[in-house]
Design a protein around this ligand. Structure first.
Ligand SMILES: CC(C)(COP(=O)(O)OP(=O)(O)OC[C@H]1O[C@@H](n2cnc3c(N)ncnc32)[C@H](O)[C@@H]1OP(=O)(O)O)[C@@H](O)C(=O)NCCC(=O)NCCS
Length: 205
């Protein structure tokens, strides 16, 4: 049986062949078809090691850090993710303004992908997060063949939950004491999910 890494590599090859006409300008031969995903105003580019410092900066800002884990380890993992995670730098006007990732549940009966996002605190409220989430969700439905996506904000992350609802995510339920914070305290999470025909394009960007 092929290893998981080999399956992913094979999947990428199939995706390249199947979407040859859709491969974005600038994609080099041999590069995965999802190396760059174009959004309305943002562009998602697969994260590379050189993104680590910028990711640390974004994740280390107090307005972001309160909703994410340790900035150093999260940034390092995003740049060198395990095989079931795809991490992207969110680029806007040529600058990295955030990161977004999908985490695949590969078990065939439960196949789905979870999303995670952080936007530079100085750019919040300008439509970047909505555009990036909509872009990656559309890719996961239309290209990767998922039928269900999940996201799990902290239960008191009201701004993020509002945005996810507007994109079509629905609350599934409260996950009590879901997340252990860097200071050791436990926090509730809200599980939300989105089916393929429920995705709503963000109003502004
Ligand atoms: C949650 C998060 C990713 C959203 O990203 P964002 O870029 O701020 O999101 P958007 O701008 O698309 O939408 C958020 C708000 O901006 C508004 N907005 C959207 N486009 C806009 C525009 N062009 N001009 C002004 N406001 C705009 C939206 O209406 C929304 O407002 P509201 O929620 O107050 O009603 C971002 O705030 C963030 O990184 N937060 C910290 C980390 C975090 O919580 N991550 C989520 C963990 S699950």
């Amino acid at each position: 049986m092929a290893s998981r890494a080999a399956e992913w590599a094979l999947g990428d090859e199939i995706e390249i062949v199947a979407r040859a006409v859709d491969v974005p300008f600038g994609t080099v031969p041999g590069q995965a078809a999802d190396a760059v995903i174009e959004g309305r105003a943002v562009r998602l580019r697969r994260a590379v090691r050189g993104d680590a410092e910028r990711f640390r900066e974004i994740l280390g800002h107090p307005a972001v850090a309160r909703w994410w884990g340790d900035a150093h380890s999260e940034a390092a993992e995003a740049c060198d993710p395990p095989e079931n995670i795809r991490a992207y730098a969110i680029e806007y006007e040529g600058t990295v303004v955030g990161l977004i990732q999908s985490c695949e549940e590969p078990t065939p009966e439960y196949r789905s992908a979870g999303l995670d996002i952080a936007v530079d605190a100085h750019r919040h409220g300008r439509g970047i997060g909505g555009d990036a989430l909509h872009t990656l969700a559309r890719h996961l439905f239309e290209v990767a063949g998922h039928h269900r996506l999940t996201i799990d904000p902290a239960a008191d992350n009201a701004g993020a939950i509002r945005l996810y609802r507007r994109l079509g995510f629905r609350p599934v339920g409260l996950m009590r004491q879901y997340e252990r914070r860097p200071d050791g305290t436990l926090r509730d999470g809200l599980l939300m999910d989105l089916l393929a025909d429920e995705l709503v394009a963000p109003g502004r960007s």
